[in-house]
Design a protein around this ligand. Sequence first.
Ligand SMILES: [Zn+2]
Length: 272
Amino acid sequence: MKSAPCLLYRNFPGGGLQRIRDTLSTVLDLSTYPRPIPVLFRADDIGVLSASFLRMLDLFHTHQFPLCLALVPTWLSQARWKAIQSHVDTGSSLWCWHQHGWNHTNHQPLGKKCEFGSARSRSAISGDLSRGKDRLLTVIGSEFSPFFTPPWNRCSEETLEILAELGFSGVSRSQGEQGKNNPLEDFYINVDLHTRKETCGRSALENLCDELRLAVEQHYVSVMIHHQLMNDSAFELLDLLLTLVAGNSKFRACTFHHLREPKKPERPATGA
Ligand SMILES: [Zn+2]
């Protein structure tokens, strides 16, 4: 797994934080949306403790802003969960602990990386998904939330069917990975903070600002975090984003739970 921060943070452009601030304030000034815009943060590749992981938890705790955490089942042990519990109240409504694959292995021989893609049989997919869920239920019990983030933000439609059979409620992938058939609710990501591919810091910043602006215009801001790739500049930017959204009544802090569609009321029985 990569650990070097992307170029944006290795060579953070001067005035970059102000650029982020201005982008959000300009798009919010133009917005006439009548309700607070939902904002969601999702952190991937969770299970191993590190200084960056604890710093990320502390940051969200300080801002009292919720975070969806995608746990890799094979990375999480009882001892590691106890260590996380000694640092934060894992049962707090701030945290939405959910499943991130089984062991974060790529199974696609060609093309984009994917743990649950077309190269695998239904039984192999089903086996890994259910033992992943079982393992998380054993380790974290009722603090498990039935949502799924596939590694590399994509999975096959067959995987979605199996997830629904296993009792999952929602899936979170990149925007653009949505196919035709999805029996689950979809909580896509539209802002990528740490796995950016640009080879120039300034263009990375501009593209990130575009993602933020478009997300606000979509009235849905959903931000992906990779704490292993964060340095001090990345923490500064995340701190700024949390400051801007947490203190603003035009935004509404969400986890997957808050974004679930309300169930339609049952139609009352008719007839005598
Ligand atoms: Zn991942």
